[in-house]
Design a protein around this ligand. Sequence first.
Ligand code: AMP
Length: 227
Amino acid sequence: MKIIMFGPPGVGKGTYSSRIAQKLGIVNISTGDIFREHLDRGTELGRRIESYMKKGKLVPDEIVANIMRRRLTQKDCEGGFILDGYPRTVTQAMALEDEKIDVIITLIVPDEILIAKCVARRICKDCGEIYNILNLDRTIEDVRYVVPSMSPQIEKKCDKCGGGLIQRIDDNPQMIKTRLEIYREQSKPVVKYYHGRIQFIEINMTGAVNLMVNVIMEKLTPILNKL
Ligand code: AMP
């Protein structure tokens, strides 16, 4: 099964992609993680993309498309994959045309919550595991959002590998606003591009992670069974 996980920054694409990938036994590919790794290792590519990432801007399409073209030919992609954060522009979607995508999962949350969630996000500097220290309970336009925090058991230490937890350089309120604008201007048109050609699952992320994983799996299962 080939899946695109789509949605604004901070909605939980990384968290849900990795959980769903694990359940389906397919590989999870996050362009953000690939780029952060290059930044950390100080590679040539890392130096080329640094200024975009630090400003919360999109890395140029040709760089992303090249990386992904190569990544998707690797053996672990043969059984299917989830793309977390790709494609993010119509040009990137066009570069992905050779892959037969089965479904696009769109995650939705109001902006106010996205900003609060991004500010409270922490990631492990070693293994990339995602945490969130926000205990969310808010009602917006008559919809209640109750998402308990996903804090580590020991403060600032990763439960999985013991690594230190850090904040992403682009998870501050000003840059989150920039990323949301970019999402609206450049990434939202991707939905229109695929409309009517690929099946969509749209989910309002109102609850705890385990609950939402079950909701996603319930909607995915009938699609999986038809493949
Ligand atoms: P993410 O972890 O998905 O929020 O991505 C973090 C940052 O990596 C983004 O703000 C962009 O600078 C860059 N990035 C990740 N994926 C893409 C993409 N598909 N196209 C362009 N830039 C990307």
